[in-house]
Design a protein around this ligand. Structure first.
Ligand SMILES: Cc1cc2nc3c(=O)[nH]c(=O)nc-3n(C[C@H](O)[C@H](O)[C@H](O)COP(=O)(O)OP(=O)(O)OC[C@H]3O[C@@H](n4cnc5c(N)ncnc54)[C@H](O)[C@@H]3O)c2cc1C
Length: 386
């Protein structure tokens, strides 16, 4: 069935993204992957090409595009070209940091951060997870204590994407002075600039999406001006919950793109590879595998497309988003695994795109909330409604 999500303007944007991919990324991507880092010049080039911070209003240097379909096209292009680290790095800034600044940031915060994020001169990270607390954010220990008009921030975060390259982090911290698991209003969000006491540990050695840097962050009595509190004091967890639809939808979009790309790579390989006198499509098993993959990828695409429409209409809630993230990320994991098998030994070699897709897919059922947490959220909503 033909997809109906995208219109001509989106397809024109796709051409822009494809041209950017071949001009600015393809020649360097393998080197960035090996170095676990992308240069700032790539961010600036993306800003110049109009690919960053699409939702940033014009008054803050952006284009004010609140149609999520443009983000979908961008993700699809990065995944199709195998530039999964770029997709992840942009996702962290545009789906995980930007929405908080737009929804709850003061005009002062917006004017200080958004223009740089739109032009690519500023890179940011979203720092929620800690060594002792990921799924259970009430278990975080990073704390911010008042000191006059400022806050002193102390603690540690881990698995933070753009953590090494970033100029600032959106940080969730305990602000009620308590210890142990806090209540709903015990936590707040801050936009924390790199300054004295803010350091990052070594690069974490990830299996896949390596071009995107990931690190531990340390805060040793970092002085955070009062103006860098995002929104209301004590509203941090509420804001995180309110932003779950976009965070989860974004991962579902990437997962659907990984599923589709994996299927296409398997089909291409099965067509080109010869064994026992003909190509792999001579084997009924290969055809059946491809049929299953295509069907699952198509169902996933339609489901994700419908979720994008619902998000654009302001109707996608956190449970809808949990369902679509659960479905799409599990399908990406399964399809990339089966597509890898079709490649035989070559599937295990990292220079083959399917190996990279498989490794990227493995992340999608974990980060942004694990599949178990998605099931838990969906299940709890059933119990609440019973
Ligand atoms: C490459 C990468 C990039 C990341 N980027 C970021 C980032 O930029 N910013 C950020 O803040 N975080 C980031 N994360 C962290 C990620 O979101 C967490 O790893 C994830 O939420 C899981 O948390 P955890 O690792 O602490 O696992 P845990 O919470 O310790 O979970 C361990 C296991 O227990 C299961 N489990 C936990 N609670 C329950 C429950 N109630 N019911 C059933 N099962 C449960 C989980 O599903 C999992 O299988 C990143 C992670 C990775 C790997």
């Amino acid at each position: 069935m033909k997809r109906t999500l995208l219109e001509e303007d989106h397809e024109q944007f796709r051409e822009l993204a494809a041209e950017f991919n071949s001009r600015e990324i393809a020649p360097h991507y393998a080197a960035w992957d090996a170095a676990h880092m992308m240069p700032r010049s790539m961010w600036r080039a993306a800003g110049e090409a109009g690919l960053l911070g699409l939702a940033i209003p014009e008054e803050f240097g952006g284009m004010g595009i609140d149609d999520y379909r443009y983000r979908v096209v961008l993700d699809e292009e990065f995944v199709r070209c195998g530039h999964l680290g770029v997709a992840l790095a942009f996702h962290l800034q545009d789906d995980l940091v930007l929405p908080y600044l737009l929804a709850y940031g003061s005009t002062d915060l917006k004017s200080r951060w958004l223009p740089g994020m739109a032009e690519g001169s500023t890179v940011t990270s979203c720092a929620l997870t800690e060594p002792g607390a990921g799924s259970d954010l009430r278990g975080i220990r990073t704390k911010a204590v008042r000191d006059g008009d400022d806050w002193l921030l102390t603690g540690q975060k881990t698995f933070i994407g753009n953590g090494v390259s970033g100029d600032a982090a959106l940080v969730l911290a305990r602000t009620d002075g308590g210890t142990g698991r806090g209540s709903q209003d015990s936590y707040s969000l801050f936009m924390v600039s790199r300054t004295e006491g803010y350091s990052c540990g070594n690069q974490l050695d990830k299996m896949g999406v390596r071009a995107s840097d990931t690190a531990e962050l340390f805060f040793d009595a970092v002085r955070v001006p009062g103006a860098d509190l995002i929104g209301e004091l004590g509203a941090g967890l509420r804001y995180v919950k309110e932003q779950l639809p976009q965070a989860r939808l974004a991962i579902a979009v990437a997962a659907s793109a990984v599923a589709r790309a994996s299927y296409e790579q398997a089909l291409q390989y099965a067509t080109d590879r010869h064994a026992f006198g003909d190509n792999l499509l001579q084997f009924q098993n290969t055809r059946f595998e491809l049929a299953d993959m295509l069907t699952a990828a198509a169902v996933t695409e339609l489901y994700v497309d419908r979720a994008v429409e619902s998000f654009n209409a302001g109707e996608l809630d956190d449970i809808d988003a949990a369902q679509v993230k659960l479905w799409a990320s599990e399908r990406a994991k399964e399809i990339s695994d089966r597509a890898l098998q079709v490649h035989g030994g070559y599937g295990y070699i990292l220079e083959y795109p399917i190996a990279q897709a498989f490794l990227a897919a493995r992340l999608l059922t974990i980060f942004g909330g694990t599949s178990e947490i998605m099931r838990e959220s969906i299940g709890r909503s059933l119990a609440a409604g019973a």
